[in-house]
Design a binder for this molecule. Sequence first.
Ligand SMILES: NC(=O)c1ccc[n+]([C@@H]2O[C@H](COP(=O)([O-])OP(=O)(O)OC[C@H]3O[C@@H](n4cnc5c(N)ncnc54)[C@H](O)[C@@H]3O)[C@@H](O)[C@H]2O)c1
Length: 433
Amino acid sequence: MKISVIGCGYLGAVHASSLAKLGHDVVGIDIDQAKVDLLSSGQAPFYEPGLPELLTETLAAGSLRFSTDMSAAQGATVHFIAVGTPQQEGSNAADLRYVEAAFDAIVPYLAPGDVVAGKSTVPVGTAQRLAARIEAVGAHLTWNPEFLREGFAVQDTISPDRLVYGVTPNDDHTVSVLDEVYASVLEQDIPRVVTDFATAELVKVAANAFLATKISFINAMAEVAEVAGADVTQLADAIGYDKRIGRRFLNAGLGFGGGCLPKDIRGFMARASELGAGDALNFLGEVDAINLRRRERMVDLCREVLGGTIKGARIAVLGLAFKPDSDDVRDSPALDVAARLAELGAQVRATDPQAIETSRRIRPNLDYVATVDEAAHDADVILVLTEWREYREIVPNSLDSVVAVRAILDGRNCLDPVQWREAGWTYRALGRP
Ligand SMILES: NC(=O)c1ccc[n+]([C@@H]2O[C@H](COP(=O)([O-])OP(=O)(O)OC[C@H]3O[C@@H](n4cnc5c(N)ncnc54)[C@H](O)[C@@H]3O)[C@@H](O)[C@H]2O)c1
């Protein structure tokens, strides 16, 4: 099937190349010429495991190409909209200007029977509002939210947990077109939920609200554990054995960030308020606040370990990305903590396996270094703020002669305290004695 994907960021570039891999003829369209040039030459504009190989393979096979020209979408049967929906400046609400612009741009190239499939995360009610413009030219609208996780995006796109189609009642045409797009996904017996626009839009933000709540729940337990002298990691293991609770997403630490969870829970609260159901989501304000407090607590813990003064201290920061296996630093707790410490007068030297360049664009004044040894050189304390595998596997004694003081703060509860303490290090972590 001929498919266009409009917006080739973290979501769109992976979606376009995955659909090409699944056997479709795909054009990815983005307004960013530099991004299109990189993608066209087989290079991923961001770090995502497996994406460069997928681009190379599908570009060489001729099943994928990229363009900045919207007319390249003409002749495609399905047009996926995968542009950004960031948080509006000065408000919790989602900024829909890119979605509006993408719809404005695609309408002239639609033919009767075409399907426009929204993948961007939007406030409930958006699809209903946009449908008339699509239907006026005889095309069909669906909202088909995306649940991929950065770091696992290729796998999640080719083999998702579920597919959700939001369609107008009795729009069998759109359902059968989407079934054809996802034929090889559906062959894997992956559940498919066909529903209305509003439910499809809500499924996405509800899923993110639940995940954010789970993380903030365990971080709230960490706050209590800290004053009670308990260990939140053992608490998480013990409650996680209960299958109704489950252990996943119960890792206490520096909290969530990235381009989705924070802005999605805020956008969800804003939209619910507009609809008169703001009270139902008041708890998400608390989820957000608990999450942000962890960053402050990390700074306090650092001050404590440094004997009361951050100013002038040499601090090594390991990890800047909001999560491992990604270079995404949008709303990254790690980058935020690094920047706060620098603002308090510390000499911060920060490193990350993939996220130095993305961090530099947002925080140009931090001191970035390429390796753990450079970051840790003469350091008074090391902070592990993103749980990259290479940081989890550091052998304590390998840094003994590198640092000035053997002290490590584990912002992700990803190190073994026994191993570090036995090696003669001061080990501190969030939510643990
Ligand atoms: N990143 C994720 O893990 C993820 C997962 C699920 C859902 N989402 C949702 O997907 C959407 C996109 O997120 P992202 O992380 O890929 O954002 P992104 O910022 O990485 O990518 C958005 C892309 O859209 C392009 N764009 C903007 N306006 C355009 C237009 N008018 N025409 C063509 N291209 C245009 C931008 O240049 C950019 O490349 C958001 O709504 C997000 O919430 C993201």
